[in-house]
Design a protein around this ligand. Structure first.
Ligand code: KE4
Length: 430
């Protein structure tokens, strides 16, 4: 692939943004590449500055479940912009969007529109603390909930309290109330509740993890979290920024049949525009200003352009319920091709990750046994063959309704080709 124009643009970008990017994972550092600059996108394709076309399995990290440039969404945004970009005031679209969210996710009895998943999670955690009057939060190793200070933590050895900040610039005091548990380990959660039960405001989890690669909840794990949080009167928060409207119209809580007290949404709910949501039990959300004493605000929250994109996207999803079954089938075809080529795959619906480890990946420790150099080789091979995936072992492949059967079949062909090449190389070195 000739990527000279992207490389030149990257050099310019380095003068202005840290690492030349506006989000670290785009820098492609851990796959030994420099980022492609994308000019436009259509359906399941993205086209870079050099005119190279790729089948896109990043889908902007999840929002584009309907593919790129879906005309109903574009038209809705254009129409909204004709009436002005942002009013900093109430408008009817906010009610329509809240209504369609609540109709599909009934646990969100009351909600607030914000501008990013990070903001949604930060606000949900604050609401949980404000409602319970408690300070501690349990999160799980390997789950990512945006970059708010208190959630940027990493376990040193699994169960840790007062975790060590994972990012510079986060004072130790900001993470002292962040307790770390192990994904899919009931024991790790029980031990924290036995030690800190009535100090724990909430448990926050990705109900199907996708930020250590895709790691589904073990059978009964979410039910266990629901029961132990009820027992200790803590709040259960489902971070559905990825799974919301991805696993089903009702998100992971409908897919797995477990109802949280608070939910955060992002990505798909904004139809590709900066919009996210937090919400849940009315009695909790009534603690939020101006009704209650939990303060949260935003200049562009619920702005008409983003709301119009979210409304258009959710209306399409609502009108095409068979879409989820079709997405699951597309995921199944890809998964089968990977498995038949000897790859280790975790898949839930249209979310999947190929792990370069022989271990079954059920949590962060097993995910971390992956050979990231082998992953980087695979990533580069796919890219050279016109297949664009996340430049990190610890992300997901996303499918959309725009992914054609031909493009999926082509992807399967490249996957099996890669395995043959690697197999031949291994035989030659033996
Ligand atoms: P944003 O602030 O990036 O909109 O959302 C943060 C967030 C919260 N919760 C979950 C479960 C998330 O996955 C995310 C963000 N996801 C990453 C990709 N795994 C965004 C990509 C990026 O950081 O550039």
């Amino acid at each position: 692939m000739n990527t000279k124009k992207s490389e030149a643009l990257y050099q310019s970008a380095l003068n202005f943004m840290p690492g030349g990017v506006n989000s670290p994972v785009r820098a492609c550092k851990n796959v030994g590449k420099t980022p492609l600059f994308i000019e436009r996108a259509e359906g399941d394709k993205i086209i870079d500055a050099d005119g190279n076309e790729y089948i896109d399995y990043v889908c902007s990290w999840g929002p584009n479940i309907l593919g790129h440039g879906r005309k109903e969404i574009i038209e809705a945004v254009k129409h909204s912009c004709d009436n002005g970009l942002t009013f900093g005031a109430c408008h009817r679209g906010e009610i329509a969007l809240a209504e369609i969210i609540q109709r599909n996710i009934p646990s969100m009895e009351m909600l607030r529109l914000v501008n990013s998943g990070t903001e949604a999670v930060m606000s949900a955690v604050r609401a949980a603390r404000g409602y319970t009057g408690r300070d501690k939060i349990i999160k799980f190793e390997g789950c990512y909930h945006g970059h708010s200070d208190g959630l940027l933590v990493r376990a040193g050895s699994g169960l840790l309290t007062g975790a060590i900040p994972d990012s510079a610039g986060v004072p130790k005091g900001y993470t002292e109330n962040t307790l770390l548990a192990v994904y899919n380990s009931e024991q790790s959660v029980t031990e924290l509740f036995e030690k800190y039960g009535n100090e724990i405001a909430a448990v926050i989890i990705e109900p199907c993890a996708a930020n250590m690669g895709v790691v589904p909840p073990k059978k009964g794990f979410l039910e266990f979290l629901r029961s132990i949080t009820e027992q200790y009167q803590s709040i259960l928060i489902f971070d559905e920024v990825i799974t919301g409207f991805r696993l089903s119209l009702g998100g992971a809580q409908q897919y797995y049949g477990v109802t949280p007290d608070l939910t955060t949404l992002g990505k798909i709910v904004g139809g590709g525009m900066p919009l996210a949501v937090y919400g849940g039990k009315r009695e909790i959300m009534e603690c939020v200003a101006p009704l209650g004493s939990v303060y949260q605000a935003g200049t562009l929250s619920g702005n008409p352009a983003a709301v119009s994109a979210g409304l258009a996207a959710l209306s399409i999803l609502k009108s095409e319920p068979e879409l989820y079954e079709q997405l699951d089938k597309k995921g199944e075809v890809l998964e089968k091709a990977f498995v038949e080529s000897g790859f280790n795959v975790n898949r839930v619906g249209s979310l999947l990750t190929v792990f370069f480890t022989s271990q079954v990946v059920t949590d962060y420790d097993t995910a971390k046994t992956s050979d990231t150099k082998e992953f980087a080789r695979f990533y580069s091979y796919l890219l050279e063959n016109g297949i664009y995936t996340a430049p990190s072992q610890f992300e997901a492949m996303f499918l959309s309704s725009a992914h054609s059967n031909e493009d999926i079949d082509y992807t399967c062909e490249i996957i099996s080709q890669y395995k043959k090449i690697i197999g031949n190389q291994k035989r030659r070195t033996q």
